[in-house]
Design a protein around this ligand. Structure first.
Ligand code: IMP
Ligand code: MG
Length: 195
């Protein structure tokens, strides 16, 4: 798997430092408030689990799943699932956590959803921010790193479901990207043929 990576953008040490800093900012902002960290699956599970262990004040944890990407690198439609139950949202202070803020659609949609379900405060925290890709206006309240307009994998971020378990953030070799895309496409065809 490591051989598929052309370039490492953020190594483990840089990531640790970035999460330390953002965890401190979140701690200061939510100190004295009851709040729920909502990790947006699947991508943010690695970041969220590191983040909350560095926030030394009481919090609760919940999950939603949102997918805007299919198997490729182009944005598709957003599907939202497993929203926390009403009593986990109404009147609660929420911190939405995502792996990357790209077009902004996921965060924009989820913030509206939580606000309309009666959340008191909805703030957002992202591991990576790609401001150059924004399609809807959205700024994260907290972010660990800004990245340029490159498709990145690792530390929760996937390409066609793979590479989430890389402990750093990197850019794939074009050959690896083509190979994985091809095998995902073959799996999709085989599955629809047997369905
Ligand atoms: P948004 O709704 O366009 O802001 O998309 C956010 C989602 O797109 C993220 O949670 C990721 O799942 C996916 N995404 C955007 N950019 C990348 C990338 O560079 N690598 C992997 N996934 C990405
Ligand atoms: Mg994804």
């Amino acid at each position: 798997m490591h051989n598929d990576v052309e370039r490492v953008l953020l190594d483990e040490e840089a990531i640790r430092a970035g999460i330390d800093r953002v965890a401190e900012e979140v701690t200061t902002a939510f100190n004295g408030l009851d709040f729920t960290v909502v990790s947006i699956l699947k991508g943010s599970c690695i970041f969220a689990s590191d983040l909350i262990r560095r926030i030394p004040i009481p919090l609760e944890l919940a999950f939603v799943s949102a997918s805007s990407y299919g198997d490729g690198t182009e944005a598709g439609k957003l599907k939202v699932n497993f929203l926390p139950a009403g009593n986990e949202i109404e009147g609660r202070n929420i911190l939405l956590v995502d792996d990357i803020l790209d077009t902004g659609r996921t965060m924009h949609t989820l913030k509206d959803e939580f606000t309309s379900r009666g959340a008191a405060i909805v703030k957002s925290c992202v591991f990576l921010d790609k401001p150059s890709r924004r399609a809807v206006e959205f700024n994260a309240d907290f972010r660990a790193f800004e990245v340029e307009d490159l498709f990145v994998v690792g530390f929760g971020l996937d390409f066609a479901g793979r590479y989430r378990n890389l402990p750093y953030v990197g850019v794939l070799q074009p050959e690896a990207q083509e190979r994985v895309a091809r095998s995902a496409e073959e799996a999709r065809i085989a599955q629809s043929a047997s369905a």
